[in-house]
Design a protein around this ligand. Structure first.
Ligand code: CA
Length: 444
């Protein structure tokens, strides 16, 4: 439902290679400091200039000439959208006033097609996102806003620690939510480049939000893709899920903590959050386990997993044996395994990346007082570069295995192709794209 929209928020770009996002990478390239090391710097308000070059996607709307032509037509494009705004109840005068001084921020054209060559390992994302500082700051925020969290938990049934974790990861508790005016960014993307139909809706939603006065124009600042506020709502997400929880007549997911917390809870509830249930369990997998069962599509009950020999890694018993779960093995047979329940999937609808969802749910557990994962990550594994991932996919495709689109991103189709190759080679089919697997594909 929100898949594409949630591909656009704070931590997304750095998760691109680990994500099932349909059109990656798209994310906040300007505001998320810890992850932003290999990203191009940007000045406040996006004043850094466009490179003048076409985008790496090779999309016809992303050539330098097409970008220049669309930029020249920008005033006409904005005028055309005025008719759509009128149909949404925004008066001609209000629309003219909101859009009068708009100019395209063409720097965004460099960012929309940026392809990070090097990516971090799954565990490196978790190390970055689930830091001691973020855990302790989260606890402070939970204490400071206890009444708001109490009330939101009562109203929506969504775990407060998960909300706090999203707040912490998306914007470092509201301190890093992006620096570009959302109206300008979405107007640019609605008129220039390869995602115009999608961003037309985001732009018009932004106009509606500003016209209603929910958020003030100078406070609606966000990522280059338009995600804004402490929990990085896209404008369309705001329209559907933002709530006025403090009762002042405005849905303000930027400056009202009550509205931020409740709106995020409301979104998770709509995404299928099950009150009172955990997100899943870290589990120990027995020797000679059939890793072909580690598949999002293979849902078994906790009791069935138990019969297959899975145990909680911390030695505690499972609760609710009839709950249905799938097995996630993000770093292969040498790393930790997890049984995944519906609440993890609700977080994945917020941002469709397993690394993101595991960071959120684990950060929540840590704030609650839980310990680190019991099992170690295979930290000696080298992460494949984008070119190597592409090569891996090409080798698999040459063997007749379906990898989906060979694009350097290892989604479920690539994982399944890796498993088939592993079975054929007599290896444990854990679907993990290791450097040794690539070596084998090169030589076998
Ligand atoms: Ca309010």
């Amino acid at each position: 439902m929100l898949k594409f929209g949630r591909c656009l928020s704070a931590v997304t770009l750095v998760l691109a290679a680990l994500s099932g996002c349909a059109d990656m990478p798209l994310g906040n390239t300007s505001s998320y400091a810890p992850a932003g090391k290999n990203l191009p710097p940007s000045a406040p308000g996006g004043t850094r200039e466009w490179s003048g070059e076409g985008g790496a996607s090779g999309h016809p709307a992303m050539t330098a000439d097409a970008i220049r032509a669309a930029a020249a037509d920008f005033p006409n494009c904005i005028a055309r959208y005025g008719h759509d705004a009128a149909r949404r109840g925004v008066s001609q005068q209000a629309y003219a006033s909101l859009t009068r001084d708009l100019t395209p921020d063409l720097r965004i054209m460099d960012l929309i097609d940026a392809q990070p060559e090097f990516t971090k390992a799954f565990w490196e994302y978790l190390d970055t996102l689930v830091s001691e500082a973020r855990i302790s700051r989260g606890r402070e925020m939970l204490a400071q806003h206890k009444q708001v969290f109490d009330a939101a938990e009562r109203s929506y049934g969504v775990d407060r620690y998960t909300i706090a974790a999203i707040w912490g990861v998306e914007s470092n508790y509201g301190t890093q939510g992006g620096e570009r005016p959302v109206l300008r960014s979405t107007a640019t993307l609605a008129c220039v480049g390869r995602r115009q139909p999608f961003f037309k809706e985001e732009f018009l939603s932004t106009v509606e939000i500003l016209n209603r006065g929910d958020v003030k124009p100078d406070r609606m600042i966000g990522s280059w893709a338009g995600a804004f506020g402490p929990t990085q709502f896209m404008p369309t997400t705001f329209k559907r899920f933002a709530v006025d929880f403090d009762g002042d007549g405005h849905r303000d997911t930027v400056d009202s903590i009550a509205d931020v917390v409740a709106s995020t809870a409301n979104l998770l509830k709509a995404n299928g959050w099950v009150p009172g249930q955990t997100w899943g369990y870290e589990v120990a997998v027995p020797q000679r386990f059939d890793y072909l069962l580690a598949d999002r599509a293979k849902q078994l009950t906790i009791n069935e997993w138990s019969r297959l020999g899975l145990r909680r890694a911390d030695g505690q018993p499972f609760a609710h044996g009839s709950d249905r779960a799938f097995l996630l093995v993000p770093a292969g047979a040498r790393g930790p395994a997890f049984l995944i329940l519906p609440n993890f999937r609700a977080v994945m609808k917020y941002n469709p990346s397993e690394a993101y969802a595991l960071a959120i749910t684990h950060l929540a557990d840590r704030m609650r007082g839980g310990g680190p994962f019991v099992q170690a990550w295979p930290r000696d594994e080298r992460v494949l570069t984008r070119d190597e991932r592409l090569e891996l996919q090409q080798h698999l495709a040459r063997r007749g295995l379906d990898v989906g689109e060979a694009d350097g991103r290892l989604g479920p189709a690539s994982r399944s192709a890796i498993m088939k190759f592993q079975v054929a080679s007599g290896l444990p089919p854990d679907g993990f794209a290791s450097a040794s697997l690539l070596d084998r594909l090169r030589t076998q």
